[in-house]
Design a protein. Structure first.
Length: 427
């Protein structure tokens, strides 16, 4: 019997949460096939089988927290087709001892309807086979798994079977919320008395985001300065060049490449914003790995565009597009999330007109982009024009960055974007 252990993931990750099992007890798995999805503080990781065989036992359910090195399940011995042929061999060799018991166990798992007639003491467990998610939900709802009908050809109870049974068959018995409310503080019981509420468990990623944002507020002397950019020149340049750019590079010309290039130029001019504090030392980085905040389904993530100073507009647009796609599909690797030196976040995508972005620790600077909005702008003492304007915000750690540098950094970005040809000269 081979043990399924939580592998070493990264130096900074010591535990995770099982998001879902992709295989169920009794399923045959090939070596290298995905077994389960593990949610960590930063990314979701799919764990694979280290050998072929039958998944015999699942020791941790979906939603359980597990430590690196912890045993979470077992797979029967055997390589290739060996896991499938163990049971017939055991039937032909009644004196095979431990091998026979192991094969018989696999046979019972694969054929639950036959094993339901066994005379073993624990017949209920053999008779009712269910996914970890189904067992957990049934336990929370107080539902007996043996009472739940299922359409699965192997007789396995799935999570959707439990949900359907609760909704259609026994609504009076499934009352989890009142049970949870009895554990709430007396003040909360009074406040929500008679009112509908819904409680949801925070994902590991959301818990980590919450913890880190609060830590930043407590450990950094964070301050925000603002400015505004006239986006006329950038928008006109995009309009003139977008078709040619798409045809030549097979990627659309967006705003993010302009802002990324402007940030790199400003960081070269004001290097303290490309630094971090380690103990009583400043670590001033001579590379420009720019994090781009992306709203993923499970929470905000910040994948990193490496060596942005060496990349063309097309390279940056292509990298951002690929990283954003991976983020939305939970396919980012740990390497793609680590080591950024400065971050850009674009609240304007969702309509934000102005905000104060929070630092992405241990970085000491983050640039916030916002919605482009037509506003009347004074051209001279007598003339006004409606211009596409964007407010930009720089949050910085005042422990090492003074107001002079912060304001100068933001003015540099403003000037480069209002005269984008300068970005070409900046490289």
């Amino acid at each position: 019997m081979a043990e399924i252990k939580v592998p070493e993931l990264a130096e900074s990750i010591s535990e995770g949460t099982i998001a879902q099992w992709l295989k169920q007890p009794g399923d045959y798995v090939e070596q290298g096939e995905f077994l389960l999805e593990l949610e960590t503080d930063k990314v979701n990781v799919e764990l694979t089988a280290e050998q072929s065989g039958v998944l015999q036992e699942v020791l941790k359910d979906s939603g359980d927290t597990v430590q690196v090195g912890e045993i979470i399940g077992t797979i029967s011995e055997g390589e290739g087709e060996g896991g499938k042929s163990t049971a017939p061999q055991a039937d032909a060799q009644e004196s095979a001892g431990a091998s026979e018991e192991k094969a018989a166990s696999s046979e019972k798992t694969a054929e639950p309807r036959e094993s339901a007639n066994d005379d073993e003491a624990d017949t209920s467990k053999t008779r009712t086979i269910a996914s970890p998610a189904a067992r957990k939900l049934a336990r929370e709802k107080g539902i007996d798994l043996s009472e739940i009908p299922t359409g699965d050809p192997l007789g396995r109870v799935r999570k959707q079977d439990v949900e359907s049974y609760q909704k259609n068959e026994q609504p009076p018995k499934a009352q989890p919320e009142p049970k949870r409310e009895t554990q709430a503080p007396a003040a909360k019981q009074t406040e929500n008395a008679g009112k509908p509420v819904e409680r949801q468990r925070m994902s590991r990623r959301r818990q980590t985001i919450a913890k880190r944002l609060v830590e930043v507020q407590h450990t950094a002397a964070m301050l925000t300065t603002f400015n505004e950019v006239d986006m006329t020149a950038v928008m006109n340049l995009r309009k003139r060049r977008k078709d040619q750019f798409l045809e030549q590079h097979d990627v659309k010309l967006g705003f993010m490449s302009f802002f990324t290039k402007a940030v790199v130029a400003a960081l070269k001019k004001y290097p303290l914003l490309n630094a971090e504090i380690q103990g009583d030392e400043l670590v001033i980085k001579k590379f420009y790995d720019i994090g781009i905040a992306v709203a993923a389904p499970d929470g905000l993530v910040v994948p990193v565009v490496r060596d942005a100073d060496r990349k063309t507009f097309a390279d940056i647009e292509r990298d951002i597009g690929e990283l954003a796609k991976k983020a939305r599909n939970n396919k980012l690797s740990l390497n793609e999330l680590q080591g950024g030196s400065f971050t850009i976040t674009n609240g304007g995508t969702f309509g934000s007109l102005l905000s104060t972005p929070i630092l992405n620790s241990p970085q000491v600077g983050i640039l916030g982009m916002h919605k482009i909005q037509l506003r009347p702008v004074a051209i001279d003492e007598e003339r006004f024009e409606n211009r596409p304007m964007m407010y930009i915000a720089l949050s910085y750690d005042h422990r090492i960055v003074d107001g002079k540098e912060a304001v100068g950094f933001l003015v540099t970005i403003k000037n480069l974007l209002e005269d984008p040809e300068q970005l070409l000269l900046e490289g």
